[in-house]
Every structure is written in structure tokens, then in C-alpha cells.
Design a protein around this ligand. Structure first.
Ligand SMILES: [Ca+2]
Ligand SMILES: [Ca+2]
Length: 87
């Protein structure tokens, strides 16, 4: 891996971690349905519980009903790789 790529990867993880922290409302290291409901309420956004539930299910690869940082990180890497292949 080239040094430039490594720097980009570290920066992306840093941004990802900050985004993760915004959604992890109770700061327990996991994003739960309740976290997402609380955050959308705080931001004055309309929240749709079935949509939030579906979002959790889509990203929850270990089936614990919550999203951890690794699950988000892996998902982003897979999407980035898929996008890179398309271009
Ligand atoms: Ca949480
Ligand atoms: Ca999980």
C-alpha cells in the first residue's frame, strides 16, 4: 500500500469515527435503535421507527441488534472498494 493511500485511509477512519460518535448518543460504543431515535428527535428530524429498524438490520452483521464501529467501518470499506471497481 502506498503512503498516500494509508494517509487517506486513516483520515477516512477519523471522519467515520466522528460520525459514529454523533449517532452513538449514549456513548456506549454501539449505535442502537434508541440512539438513532434520540438523535433524530434532537435534530428535529422526522423519524420512522420501521426505517430505523431496517437500517440497523442492514448494518448489523453480528446480529446483536446494534451497530458497532467495526460493522460501519467494514461496510464503508466494501462500498469504497465496489465504487473503485466501477470507476
Ligand atoms: Ca449507543
Ligand atoms: Ca452488531
Amino acid at each position: 500500500m502506498q503512503c498516500d493511500n494509508l494517509v487517506l485511509l486513516v483520515r477516512r477512519d477519523d471522519i467515520l469515527q466522528k460520525c459514529f460518535a454523533i449517532f452513538d448518543e449514549d456513548k456506549d460504543g454501539l449505535i442502537s435503535e434508541q440512539d438513532l431515535i434520540n438523535v433524530t428527535n434532537q435534530k428535529g428530524l422526522q423519524n420512522d421507527t420501521p426505517d430505523i429498524h431496517r437500517m440497523i438490520l442492514e448494518h448489523d452483521s453480528n446480529g446483536d441488534g446494534k451497530i458497532d464501529f467495526q460493522e460501519v467501518s467494514i461496510e464503508c470499506r466494501l462500498r469504497h472498494t465496489a465504487l473503485a471497481r466501477k470507476s
